[in-house]
Write a protein that binds this ligand. Structure first.
Ligand SMILES: Cc1cc2nc3c(=O)[nH]c(=O)nc-3n(C[C@H](O)[C@H](O)[C@H](O)COP(=O)(O)OP(=O)(O)OC[C@H]3O[C@@H](n4cnc5c(N)ncnc54)[C@H](O)[C@@H]3O)c2cc1C
Ligand code: FES
Ligand code: FES
Length: 480
């Protein structure tokens, strides 16, 4: 029986008594002396600390890249954590490098080398899990890895070389893991990890204490309260039954509050209902952050520019709150009623968000999301907005519209949505709609832009919804 937090680190079983909230990177570097995992920012921005996280799933182990600086040690329990040292312990070729590392050397894609272990781990995760191994998706896999030296051109060449060499044998293979082991991308011990994890004793990880800090992905918590978390008792919501699932119920889709954004992008249920969703979710942070950041965390963080909050408001989401106190009940309400003021939520002491649910879209449903940030990826929005419409051809039956960055809360544009109901889309209707929306917002000037800029931005983004959803009905010249 494990005495502390037990998991497999590279090829070794480990069992540690360090506090649950210790950042995984500190365990890896300070306790285990595996210094190939680097620390750049400690805020999830640079990707230097990226490790592989293997989770048992359906008889195999599913690997994802995560940043170890925003990862609670306790959440490694029962999983496989792989650092760059764990990728080539057996000198897979004469140079001692894996094909991913060799591609970096061949293309001169490493200069000071500080970012290189993180890049190698991210690309290895991509090779382990990506079904199509397309070049654009490989670039997406490393969008959370910052390099200060190379200018990225040589890294892109390394990616192209890698795919040229590995894509044909990997797509032709009947099983991915044995093929990767055969090619030396991962070492042979990976083949035995699923059985070794099955043999581990399950651990009690969910604290019953209602005052413990509710931790989902930790991507906000570690940035905001990193140093103090090691001393805190944690309630790991992703380990709470049903909290990370996505399931259908009557005419709705339920999304467990602890489901990470990557799970939403891969959910057949969600992508069948909203095929555009993965494309919109790709605008949220980076692959490593999406692999951890949850829907519930995005909402409870209550950022006025939370991308998920804005999308879910426009999808007319409901929210389910569960009390953790003995005899506690589930409360539910419309998400739009949950945001009460700046960082103020209708969340009672001892309650957590258990799920969000959205109505199944009908035949005439249309949904669109727009976001402008200082960088296209790995940045939160200056202004974002989403719209959900039920239409009878070009006549809007009902509308739900939301915007972020223009009020103290992720804003449901109530009057603007009501204005659209029953109207046929035309340039004059869209103009009037934007005027109504502007009467509801109160942006402030801050580091993400001046108030006037945000107002102008929202006007254009609201207009863009209609350009996208009703092609041919409006032209760029109709912009108010
Ligand atoms: C590098 C980086 C880039 C980012 N980019 C974006 C971006 O582009 N767009 C964006 O919207 N956000 C972005 N974020 C912010 C963050 O990733 C999201 O807000 C994320 O969804 C938070 O989820 P989490 O599970 O990590 O929350 P956590 O950090 O685990 O929790 C956040 C807060 O919510 C509470 N909490 C979490 N889940 C629950 C629950 N179920 N019930 C009650 N309380 C709960 C926690 O106690 C904590 O107070 C970024 C963050 C980083 C570090
Ligand atoms: S140290 Fe920069 S992402 Fe972790
Ligand atoms: S090679 Fe120096 S940071 Fe990337």
């Amino acid at each position: 029986m494990a005495a502390g937090i037990a998991f497999i680190l590279n090829d070794q079983e480990v069992d540690t008594a360090l506090p649950a909230g210790t950042a995984l990177v500190d365990f890896i570097r300070a306790d285990q002396r595996l210094t190939g995992t680097r620390v750049g920012c400690r805020e999830g921005d640079c990707g230097a600390c990226t490790v592989l996280l293997g989770t048992p799933a359906g008889g195999r182990v599913r690997y994802r890249a995560v940043v170890s600086c925003l990862f609670p040690l306790a959440d490694a329990a029962g999983r496989h954590v792989v650092t760059v040292e764990g990728l080539n312990p057996e000198a897979p070729n004469a140079s001692g490098l894996t094909p991913v590392q060799q591609a970096f050397v061949s293309e001169g894609a490493s200069q000071c080398g500080f970012c290189t272990p993180g890049l190698v781990v991210s690309l290895t995760a991509f090779l382990l899990e990506d079904p199509g191994l397309e070049s654009d998706d490989a670039v997406t896999a490393i969008e959370g890895n910052v390099c200060r030296c190379t200018g990225y051109v040589s890294i892109r060449r390394a990616v192209e070389r890698l795919l040229r060499e590995l894509r044909p044998p990997l797509l032709g293979a009947s099983a991915r893991l044995p093929a990767l082991i055969g090619l030396g991308v991962v070492p042979a011990y990976f083949a035995g990890i699923a059985a070794r994890l099955r043999a581990q004793q399950p651990q009690a990880l969910v604290r019953k204490n209602a005052v413990a800090v509710a931790m989902a992905g930790g991507t906000d918590l570690y940035v905001q309260r990193g140093p103090e978390l090691a001393a805190q008792e944690l309630r790991l919501l992703s380990r709470q039954e049903g909290f990370a699932a996505i399931w259908p119920a009557a005419d709705r889709i339920h999304i467990g509050a602890a489901a990470p954004i990557s799970d939403l992008m891969e959910s057949r249920l969600l992508t069948a209902a909203l095929p555009q969703l993965p494309g919109f979710l790709r605008l949220v942070s980076s692959t490593q952050i999406r692999n951890r950041a949850t829907v519930g965390g995005n909402i409870v963080n209550a950022s006025p520019i939370g991308d998920l909050s804005v999308m879910l408001l426009a999808l007319d989401a409901a929210i389910g709150l569960r009390s953790l106190r003995p005899g506690g009940r589930i409360r539910q309400m419309k998400l739009r009623d949950f945001f009460l003021g700046y960082k103020k939520l209708d969340l009672r002491p001892g309650e957590v968000v258990a799920w969000l649910s959205i109505p199944l879209p009908g035949n005439g449903s249309r949904f669109h999301f727009e976001k402008v940030a200082r960088r296209r990826h790995q940045d939160i929005a200056s202004v974002n907005t989403a719209i959900g419409l039920d239409c009878d051809n070009d006549r809007i039956v009902t509308a739900h519209v939301a915007a972020g960055g223009v009020a103290p809360v992720p804003l449901f544009l109530k009057k603007a949505a009501a204005f659209l109901a029953g109207r046929e889309v035309s340039s004059s209707v869209v103009r009037e709609f934007i005027t109504v929306a502007e009467s509801e917002i109160a942006p402030i000037s801050d580091v993400r832009g001046a108030a006037a800029y945000k107002k102008a931005l929202l006007r254009r983004l609201l207009f863009a919804h209609f350009l996208e959803l009703f092609p041919g009905r409006l032209g760029a010249g109709d912009l108010p």
